[in-house]
Ligand binder design. Sequence first.
Ligand SMILES: [Zn+2]
Length: 206
Amino acid sequence: MKKIIKELIKTGKKIVHEKLVIDTGGNISGRCGNTIFIKSKGSPLNSSSIKSYALIDLVTRKVIKGTPSSEKYIHLACYKKRDDIDTVLHLHPVFSTAVANSSIKIEAVSYELCATLGSKLIKAKYKPSGSKALANEVAKLVTKHNTILLPNHGIIVVGKGLAKTLKRAVAVERACKTLIFSKILGVSKFLPKKEALRIIKLYKNA
Ligand SMILES: [Zn+2]
């Protein structure tokens, strides 16, 4: 089995373990040269089967093998906009989705978030799942952001390396949980912008 598929299977299992998706929800991909390895349509992320991953040519956008996830347009749009990334995760975490649905201001809640995110958290406009409109909305935001919150849906997290990008997704979910609990407790202390930017810069190439 190709190394990248082995790593995707391992990452998928960790995502289910972290409860960032349920059932067949969510999809992940990795880029190897001009080939995208992406979760197959209808496969659960904790599957160990090689058939759980389909292949797409990034240049021609043609499917090389299998049936890719219906969110393939998002994955292709992210790779097209960002030469510096080789991983795209689309997940349905509870707290991140709750923050995406709310009108609360997304602030720098923790050192952990700034260190792992490498950018600000941003919210997309709602577009139907699987649509090209959603991919276009993500494409607009992914040029400057590594994580995009999708209202009534989930999150998109991009990065270099599956392990590092998953760490980023887990940190975002934990930060959104912290943000919600901070608001419930009436706490309004967040990291000042200058300090948040200092931490982002410090960990940029870590
Ligand atoms: Zn989804």
